[in-house]
Design a protein around this ligand. Sequence first.
Ligand SMILES: Nc1nc2c(ncn2[C@@H]2O[C@H](COP(=O)(O)OP(=O)(O)OP(=O)(O)O)[C@@H](O)[C@H]2O)c(=O)[nH]1
Ligand SMILES: [Mg+2]
Length: 449
Amino acid sequence: MMVYDEFKRKNIDSFEDSHSDENKTASSLINNNLENTSNHDDSLQWAKEAFARLKQQQQEKKSDVLSQKLIDQQLEIQKKSSENKFESSEEKKPLKTVTDIENSSKSQDSQISDIDEAFTWSKGVLEAQGQKAEEISLEELDWLGRLKKGLEKSRQRFVTGLLEKLGDDPLTPDVVDDLETLLLRADAGVAATDQILDALRRRLNEEVVDANEGLRFLKEKLCDLLDKPIQSSGADLLVPERGSLNIWLLVGVNGVGKTTTLGKLANLAVRSGYSALIAAADTFRAAAVEQVKIWGNRSGIQVVANTTANADPAAVVFDAIGAAKSKGVDLLLVDTAGRLQTKHNLMEELQKVRRIIDRLAPDARVESLLVLDSSQGQNGLRQAMAFAQSAGLTGVVITKLDGTSRGGVALAVASEAKLPIRFIGAGEGIRDLRPFKSFEFVEALLAKR
Ligand SMILES: Nc1nc2c(ncn2[C@@H]2O[C@H](COP(=O)(O)OP(=O)(O)OP(=O)(O)O)[C@@H](O)[C@H]2O)c(=O)[nH]1
Ligand SMILES: [Mg+2]
């Protein structure tokens, strides 16, 4: 049967996998649906049915997230008591009750009325990338709608101002100066801002550019900038290679979402038919091992851990590589402890982990992915520069794009740290992570409404 490989973002032929029943995903449902309806060329009917299914899937997902939040809350209590370090302000905060959580999902419900517009927009974005009807899946539609919603804050800050400035008249040098301020405020960084503005100014010297063309040109330049490191890497999307060992290391400062991203990647792997294993190499806190085990359980993936106090992370990775080799696993995901880029001993610890990997699995395809919290703005760029040096980074995952994100940091990372962005996370749920596509990101960042 066909399975939707989310790393590749396309349907693939069947594979041997114990989870195959689970994989009767919405995408296969919708694809059947598409085959049936496209014969009649009835795209309106298709859109209606796809929209109805999408709503149903989103309702189901909400109840999953609800139960996941309750488990996480339990975990948080365990984590606090095991660390025995209560911060007084947090201690006083009452714990969320089921009703609180339900109410917060209800408030998300109220946004479901926006879905019509989000749906149409998402469908348009997929079609603009040349996706044929039979390739469009519910997952993609759902994700794009959420990505757009997640980037709302960045967009409000940036696009609303931009559209006001642009007006309906041809672009003037003054408008371009204002655009410069807007880009800098959106955390695009100096290098990215300069590149874009130089290109725009050159163009203005040659001809009159109206507002619509200005916006199109801006989007094109932003995509070029994000795509440059991706093209240099030689791979449009980061996909585990079947039949060989892929080792993906997740690194970054504290609390940016490394473990959550690992949990989401593990699930993405299983859903897409790869076998996976997790190495709990965050040995800094006992609760970290528990947290990663819970994520492993959610996707039925084994976790290699060493629970003795202050175990050496490199030793855990050593064991995990052994297990991954003997099981012939496709993807080994390594969770690491959060560390400040300024702490040299901890950065050296990361290098040691890298050395173990290179020695034990010289043929493995190793990725060292920096996880960046998008709400940290320009600080993210400083982290990227520091980790790039000591952790041999090959890519970036940007998280928390659903919160008070400052999406522009993606531009700064691509232009200054010259690292490809591989995945983006927008939410705490297990499915809230997707492979990065510059076109979609830029469309979501600069959507008019
Ligand atoms: N809203 C939102 N929250 C996220 C996202 N990713 C992670 N989080 C939350 O961020 C918090 C920290 O996530 P972790 O995955 O534990 O972060 P970490 O980098 O592993 O943290 P340390 O191991 O302590 O360094 C958790 O409450 C996650 O639920 C995201 O994309 N969106
Ligand atoms: Mg962690």
